[in-house]
Design a protein around this ligand. Sequence first.
Ligand SMILES: CC(C)(COP(=O)(O)OP(=O)(O)OC[C@H]1O[C@@H](n2cnc3c(N)ncnc32)[C@H](O)[C@@H]1OP(=O)(O)O)[C@@H](O)C(=O)NCCC(=O)NCCS
Length: 203
Amino acid sequence: MRGQSIDQKPQGYQDLSRFRVPRGFRGRGPIITLVWQLVQATLFGLSPQPCYGWRRFLLSVFGAKVGRGVLIRSSARVTYPWKVNFGDYCWIGDNAEIYSLGPITIGAHAVISQRSYICAGSHDFNDITFPLVARPVIIEPEVWVATRCFVAPGVTIGRGALVAAQSTVLTDVPAGMIVAGSPARMVRERRSPASKLGLDPKQ
Ligand SMILES: CC(C)(COP(=O)(O)OP(=O)(O)OC[C@H]1O[C@@H](n2cnc3c(N)ncnc32)[C@H](O)[C@@H]1OP(=O)(O)O)[C@@H](O)C(=O)NCCC(=O)NCCS
């Protein structure tokens, strides 16, 4: 507020002057990280929409494991490609964020829709130095994470599950379930074409 002075000294919650990125945390040196950020902003981010092969190539040059037929939009963002595994034929939508402070696996035929945020990093907020914490995220094959979802560090979303639009996923999702809301709760089972044919898709 105008006229009031706010104490600038930390009161014991978090002191960002003591924050450090731990040695080796990024998984590559600062120069490679900087080069990737430049590539992402230019060669990747400005590439015409149909140039999926070009973007697959750039990601694999920077250490991502990229399967066949992967479709990643040019506006999607990947923090550290060398920590990400993109399964065959998965799709990453416009403005989706793959925040790969820890390892992230996107299974084959999985979809991450527009503006969803797959988050594999956080901070230990009980430590005054506010240290980084990385936890893996696994999106199993045939999952659909619909638009504008948040998937928290450490979460596994089981095969074929569906996360409804604008949901917040804080805990593991069983295979084949539809979940919705914030925090996401189970809605019902997802009916697969295989189950309509009397086959069990989980076999
Ligand atoms: C999940 C989804 C596919 C709808 O599935 P559905 O089986 O037709 O679901 P229904 O509309 O019958 O809703 C089932 C229940 O889930 C709830 N629900 C569905 N979507 C929800 C959402 N996004 N958030 C919260 N609750 C939701 C409904 O309110 C309903 O609850 P109720 O049983 O208490 O009434 C749809 O809501 C969705 O999220 N689509 C994604 C669209 C998208 O992201 N498009 C852009 C990328 S292409």
